[in-house]
Each structure stands twice: as structure tokens, then as C-alpha cells.
Design a protein around this ligand. Structure first.
Ligand code: FNR
Length: 208
């Protein structure tokens, strides 16, 4: 793989002043050396329609291209009613199709999230893990970055002002970069990715 690890960052909120977008911007500044985060905004992704999955709109083509050329993905999710927002699930669904040609397949990935509530995005993150497992992304487990009480962890300009959270994001990104390098440099015969890829070539996980 390239010496620089390129991470695609996707936040599941379209809201101006989004804490999750703010957390992603903070992450962009906290990446380790020899890695970078490119941001992708979901504003232009229309609602998924299976009729269009073989000829997706240009915004989806661009999303899929950005996923495929990234070495890893960082998801930053709000929690909506104990789950992930529709806008994020919609983008995940688009890029998982058509069956057998998922852009997500075999990508190393990490999750974090910010919410106003006292237990952060724990429940949404668990749902997201379940979805990403179906698509065979290789998810980092630790640390769990759950940003609770977000209104007090960012200032009015959307800057992260909570040092322990900053350190946790830094640790997550370091682990993601290490994880991505380990997966990419594993010997062909034993690597999790090559074994899985051999068994399910570019599968979306769920048959048509
Ligand atoms: C929420 N919010 C919320 N918070 C939480 O901790 N648990 C939850 O289940 C929910 N559910 C929920 C549903 C809906 C429809 C909305 C609009 C909001 C509050 C949520 O944490 C808050 O709006 C965040 O600010 C959303 O993230 P962004 O947009 O700031 O990134």
C-alpha cells in the first residue's frame, strides 16, 4: 500500500453546526504523521432506489470512487432514536450495491460519534457495527469514542474543547492507521482480507 494512509471521513449529519461534523473536523487535525483524512459530505446523496442501483446518480458514483480509493474509512455517527440517522444508512446502502460490487468490501474502518445525551452514541454505534459487519468491513474495536454531552465539548465555533476527548480521538486514529497497515501488509495466504475476498469476491454480504 501507499506509505501515506488515506482515510475517508463520513459524518452522518447534514445539520449546520453538527457536532459530528465538528468531531470529524477535529479528527482531521489529529491524524498521525503519514496519514490524512479526506472529508465526504452526504448532502447530495438522494434516497436509495433499487431501480437506479446499476446507474447511480453522479453523487453516488463519486462516493463509491472515494471509498474505493481510500485505504480506510472513519464513520462519525449521531444517534437518532437509538440508531443511526437515515442519511448515513442511505449512503451505506447505495455504496453496497449492486450485489457483488460493494465499495465497502474489505475496508478497514473505525467509528466514533457525538450526541447531546448522557451516554453518547453507544446504541447507534452498536447498530452501525452490525450493518458494517454485514458488508464485511474490518472494524477497529478500541478505543470506543463516545462523545456524550456534546454541547459542552465543543465551543460555539464548533471547535473541540475537551482534552480527554481529543486524546481519545488521537488514539483511535493511531489504532486505525496501525490496523490499516497490518491488514494491508498481511501475507496473502493468512490475511483475513485475502481469505474473505477469495470466498466472497466483492460481495455486498446480502444476496439480491
Ligand atoms: C436525536 N437525538 C438523540 N440523542 C441521543 O443521545 N439519543 C437519541 O436516541 C437521540 N435521538 C434523536 C432523534 C432525532 C430524530 C434527532 C433529530 C435527535 C439528539 C442528537 O444527539 C442531537 O440532535 C445531535 O446534535 C445530533 O447530531 P449532530 O447533528 O449535532 O451531528
Amino acid at each position: 500500500m501507499r506509505s501515506k494512509v488515506r482515510i475517508l471521513g463520513i459524518a452522518g449529519s447534514l445539520r449546520r453546526g453538527s457536532y459530528n461534523q465538528a468531531a470529524l473536523r477535529a479528527a482531521k487535525l489529529l491524524v498521525p504523521e503519514n496519514s490524512e483524512i479526506d472529508l465526504f459530505q452526504l448532502d447530495d446523496i438522494p434516497m436509495f432506489n433499487e431501480d437506479d442501483e446499476k446507474r447511480p446518480p453522479s453523487s453516488v458514483v463519486e462516493l463509491e470512487k472515494r471509498i474505493r480509493t481510500a485505504d480506510a474509512v472513519l464513520f462519525v455517527t449521531p444517534e437518532y432514536n437509538y440508531s443511526i440517522p437515515a442519511v448515513l444508512k442511505n449512503a451505506i446502502d447505495w455504496a453496497s450495491r449492486p450485489y457483488g460490487d460493494s465499495a465497502w468490501f474489505g475496508k478497514p474502518a473505525a467509528i466514533m460519534g457525538a450526541s447531546l445525551g448522557p451516554i453518547g452514541t453507544t446504541r447507534a454505534q452498536q447498530h452501525l457495527r452490525q450493518i458494517l459487519a454485514a458488508l464485511n468491513l474490518f472494524l477497529l474495536n478500541k478505543p470506543e469514542v463516545v462523545i456524550a454531552d456534546a454541547a459542552h465539548r465543543f465551543n460555539e465555533d464548533g471547535n473541540l474543547i475537551h482534552e480527554p476527548t481529543e486524546q481519545l480521538i488521537q488514539e483511535l486514529l493511531k489504532n486505525l492507521v496501525d490496523w490499516t497497515r497490518r491488514i494491508s501488509s498481511a501475507p496473502e495466504s493468512t490475511s483475513a482480507s485475502s481469505t474473505a475476498l477469495a470466498r466472497h469476491p466483492r460481495s455486498g454480504g446480502v444476496p439480491a
